[in-house]
Design a protein around this ligand. Structure first.
Ligand code: GLU
Length: 508
């Protein structure tokens, strides 16, 4: 990509630990990861926890566990180490103070004492009130009170905030790798709060800019919801004198509801029955949010699905491994418009990945279901069933149980079953007695030996005994190839089921 600057690529994923990570955040992290890997760069994991009122215990661990499950790896950051730390913003207070002071000394920021009540009163009195060039001289701040009074109030212990001084009449350009040149007039911006004396912490904007600078971030790849903050961020970089090393921006398209009407929300997931979080989340208030992992998705399927929400390789290719995604990903090919969250497509990806996954990887999921049904089997046998059955059109391994119960539980037989009625016809009982004799005579009961013996008999007699045989072993019309099934059951169980069917069904 020719637009990359010379510096080594360094990107970051910087969540605020306010709860479980939304699937849109996972996509943001994924795009950062793909971009970093493609350019031989680094991906940083930074925790933006300067808003202590929104802190949720357990969120940080949840986020880390999500990425471990998904195979998104970080190079630096909280829990990974690195030489640009600490990576948790609440541990960087002293660093930010220095930069707040720098802006104050340069006259790019000022101190404001307006209390929440005063601000509310102003908002009520003035329609569309905004703290900016037009109003700041009517407020209680260091610009109106003067240096001595400001000092006095601070010494007296009054709480204050530091606001950024935005000059009106300036055209700000946000150079976005996806959206191009986004122009905004500075007049629409307010004098954002950068720091609060009450908790001695900066707000998101200041901490975000200072950290991106100090951590030598080259590209800020984040959700579209942060685009409105970008002009302010550009001004902050300039105010600090960091314009030369300002990161390139890329604001990713929103994830939309499946019908495209509005932003994807947790409620859509609840309503339509799909997760919007990577892992199950247990809130402190007892709420449980379903997760992709617990719902039976393979991480590779989730990655592939998410990668194509807002980006595509420009071809019809859909099934792409992480390595292929790293090779093909291109920020310039991301769409500007929102991406519909087609969760049915997500299920399709899971089906495709299940079919391609090693049986040994899938078996534990089926094994857990079997155990909950009171069936304990050696894992190799569970693996064998997965191997025979995963090609059936299932989206999730849990759908296998009703399709494969007969492997483990001997069937009951009834002429009420449509398949039985259709296939237990004249001659069936006699054929099955003969087939049982042939099978009983086999020394080796594998697929090949059965095939040779049974195919020869069927061809010689001009009959097709397979469906009646399926009635005997399955009790209805489901299941894999008969030889595979019989080989799995073994000779004794196969003959036992055939006898049981002959005993239970009419002697047609
Ligand atoms: N802390 C912000 C978040 O929660 C980070 C936004 C950004 O990447 O600048 O997503």
């Amino acid at each position: 990509m020719s637009t990359l600057n010379e510096r080594k690529v360094r990107v970051r994923f910087a969540p605020s630990p306010t709860g479980p990570l939304h699937i849109g955040g996972v996509r943001t992290a994924l795009y950062n990861y793909l971009f970093a890997r493609q350019h031989g760069g680094s991906l940083i994991f930074r925790i933006e926890d300067t808003d202590s009122t929104r802190f949720v215990p357990g969120a940080e661990e949840y986020i880390l566990e999500s990425f471990r499950w998904l195979g998104i790896e970080f190079d630096e950051g909280v829990s990974f180490g690195g030489d640009h730390g600490p990576y948790r913003q609440s541990e960087r207070r002293d660093i930010y103070k220095k930069y707040v002071r720098q802006l104050l000394d340069a006259g790019r920021a000022y101190i404001a004492f307006d209390t929440p009540d005063e601000l509310n009163a102003k908002r009520e009195a003035v329609p569309n009130f905004q703290y900016d060039a037009h109003t700041r001289m009517q407020m209680r701040n260091s610009l109106t009170l003067g240096a001595d009074e400001t000092r006095r109030l601070i010494d007296e212990g009054q709480q204050y905030v530091v606001r950024f001084l935005v000059e009106p009449g300036e055209e700000i350009h946000v150079d976005d790798l996806i959206r191009g040149d986004v122009k905004v007039m500075s007049d629409i911006l307010d004098d954002k709060v950068l720091y609060k004396s009450a908790d001695q912490l900066p707000t998101y904007h200041l901490a975000n800019i200072v950290d991106d600078h100090l951590m030598e971030v080259t590209h800020v790849i984040r959700g579209e919801e942060w685009l409105p903050s970008a002009p302010l961020h550009v001004l902050l970089y300039r105010a600090f004198g960091w314009a030369d090393t300002m990161p390139r921006f890329a604001h990713l398209p929103l994830l939309l509801k499946p019908d495209g009407k509005g932003k994807l929300s947790k409620r859509d997931g609840d309503r339509l029955g799909f997760p919007v979080f990577p892992l199950e989340w247990h809130g402190q208030d007892g709420t449980v949010c379903s997760g992709y992992r617990e719902s039976g998705y393979l991480p590779e399927a989730v990655i592939n699905f998410l990668a194509l929400l807002g980006w595509n390789p420009g071809t019809d290719e859909e099934l792409l491994s992480m390595d292929q995604l790293i090779e093909k990903f291109d920020l310039a090919k991301c769409s500007k418009s929102g991406a519909k969250f087609d969760y049915v497509k997500g299920q399709w990806f899971n089906r495709e990945y299940i079919q391609r996954a090693p049986d040994a990887l899938l078996a534990p999921t089926l094994d857990a279901i079997l155990r909950s049904e009171g069936i304990a089997q050696p894992i190799e046998r569970v693996e064998a069933v997965v191997g025979m059955m995963k090609m059936k059109k299932i989206n999730f391994i849990k759908e296998l149980w009703p399709l494969c119960d007969f492997f483990f539980i001997a069937p009951t037989y009834s002429m009420d079953d449509k398949f039985v009625r259709k296939n237990w016809k004249e001659g069936a009982a006699a054929q099955m007695r003969r087939l049982a004799d042939i099978l009983a005579g086999l020394d080796t009961f594998d697929v090949e030996h059965q095939r040779q013996a049974v195919d020869a008999w069927a061809a010689a007699d001009g009959i097709k005994p397979w469906n009646a045989w399926r009635v005997c072993l399955v009790g209805t019309g489901k299941g894999p190839d008969m030889y595979e099934l019989a080989a799995f059951l073994g000779k004794d169980e196969t003959l036992r089921r055939m006898q049981a069917a002959l005993d239970a069904l009419p002697q047609v």
